[in-house]
Design a protein around this ligand. Structure first.
Ligand code: CMC
Length: 395
């Protein structure tokens, strides 16, 4: 002891050097490769953002066409994956299914095992980005007992995803542009967020030299937790709970419970380890929320009204003001996804789909860093000192 710095939760330890994402938590700023998230969310689509995160620069028109063509070529998954999926219970949580499916991909691409080979890392990146929507949609279709819908490569990345989610073989599917735009924005806003728990998990996992599919599966598993990616699901469930107890009139009672430390209740979708100001992603998501609810004629949706009332009260309340607790992206993304028709249990899987590119970009950055080493935190030992094992009869 004494030799190591003790920093539970890594509050003041930088685990790596990174040139990908920059967050100024006090100002509420988020940049991918130097570009403000507000500009990316309004001027670029998700695949352009993927290219940027992976390569450091935005693509020109030719590079974009080439990248889109490469991703599109890999949207199908091996047919055996369908049989693997069928081994799960129908009511399995989609994140349990997704962790399994992504991990299983390592078995289909044994050529991906060499993390040091740049070409293999690149093809694995394309495969992961291309297949995640297919896997998420398959997990959904399986849970509701509908046939899988194969990817349709004439459609854009995100339109294709909505079709795989919502089309059935019985009727023609019409892509809804408002929904596609909203989902594409959700993907952009969730694409990377520097060294959060799941990204650090992916880095630590890949630092042993394991293959990218195994490392991303570890990221999916970590993201599942309610303090991380599971917060959008938890936030919407919280709104349902308040609504069930009487809606807007019960907000005061609920907030009092949140402020009581013994209750163990937190305001889900509020607070952030890094943002001590309004989460810039939450601002954009709030805008999308209005757009989607407007387009679907749901402006008077009681859940959305409840969310607005809760946000207003929390933003004015001393408890939240003093602790700099602002709404985070998950507060709104759940409402948007619900309006689009995505079931609550699938929210975190959508987050995983979007974050996959960030995980890969971070993994690549680590592997190509000349200073990279296997991650191996130390500990401050607090257990028993050396002692002798007594005979069984003497214990
Ligand atoms: N509701 C009520 N009180 C809160 C909340 C909340 N959501 N978040 C923090 N606090 C209080 C906490 O009790 C503590 O108070 P005190 O100083 O009196 O003990 C203070 O604020 C600091 O909290 P902390 O737990 O030390 O902060 P942290 O940086 O460890 O936690 C967090 C960050 C995101 C885990 C936490 O704010 C939280 O649990 N939020 C709700 C879950 C959530 O929305 N998570 C999504 C994060 S954004 C998506 C992502 O990037 O993954």
């Amino acid at each position: 002891t004494g030799k190591f710095t003790f920093d539970p939760g890594f509050l003041s330890t930088a685990s790596c050097q990174s040139a990908i994402t920059y967050i100024d938590g006090d100002k509420g700023e988020l940049l991918y490769r130097g570009y403000p998230i507000e500009q990316l969310a309004t001027k670029c689509d998700f695949l352009e953002t993927c290219y940027l995160l992976l390569n450091g620069e935005l693509p020109n028109a030719t590079q974009k066409d080439d990248f889109v063509a490469r991703v599109t070529q890999h949207t199908m998954v091996n047919e055996q994956m369908h049989f693997f999926l069928r081994g799960f219970r129908r009511d399995a949580h989609p994140m349990a299914v997704l962790t399994g499916l992504v991990g299983a991909m390592s078995a289909f691409y044994p050529d991906s095992m060499n993390l040091n080979d740049a070409h293999q890392r690149e093809i694995s990146a394309i495969r992961l980005i291309a297949k995640l929507p297919t896997l998420v949609a398959m997990a959904y279709k399986y849970s509701i007992g509908q046939p899988f819908i194969y990817p349709h490569n004439d459609l854009s990345y995100t339109a294709n995803f909505t079709r795989m989610m919502f089309a059935t073989p019985c009727e023609e599917y019409k892509v809804n542009d408002v929904l596609v735009r909203a989902l594409d924005r959700i993907f952009i806003l969730h694409a990377d967020h520097e060294q959060n728990a799941s990204t650090s998990t992916v880095r630590l996992c890949a630092s042993s030299g394991t293959n990218p599919f195994a490392a991303i599966a570890a990221g999916v598993a970590c993201l599942w937790g309610p303090a991380h990616g599971g917060a959008n699901e938890a936030a919407l469930n919280m709104l349902y709970d308040i609504q069930a107890q009487g809606g807007v009139e019960k907000i005061g009672e609920f907030v009092a419970k949140v402020k009581d430390k013994n209750s163990g209740v937190r305001l889900m979708g509020f607070g952030h380890r890094v943002y001590k100001n309004y989460d810039p992603r939450a601002k954009l998501m709030r805008e999308t929320c209005h757009e989607v609810l407007g387009a679907l004629g749901l402006e008077n949706d009681p859940l959305f009204k409840l969310a607005m009332a809760l946000e207003k009260i929390a933003l004015e309340d001393d408890y939240f003001v003093q602790r700099k607790l602002y709404p985070n992206v998950d507060f709104y993304s759940g409402i948007v996804q619900k309006a689009i028709g995505i079931p609550v249990s699938l929210f975190t899987a959508i987050f995983a789909l979007a974050r996959t590119v960030g995980w890969i970009a971070q993994l690549n950055e680590m592997i190509t860093d000349p200073e990279y080493k296997i991650g191996r935190p130390r500990q401050l030992f607090t257990g028993a000192v050396t002692r002798n094992v007594p005979d069984l009869s003497a214990r």
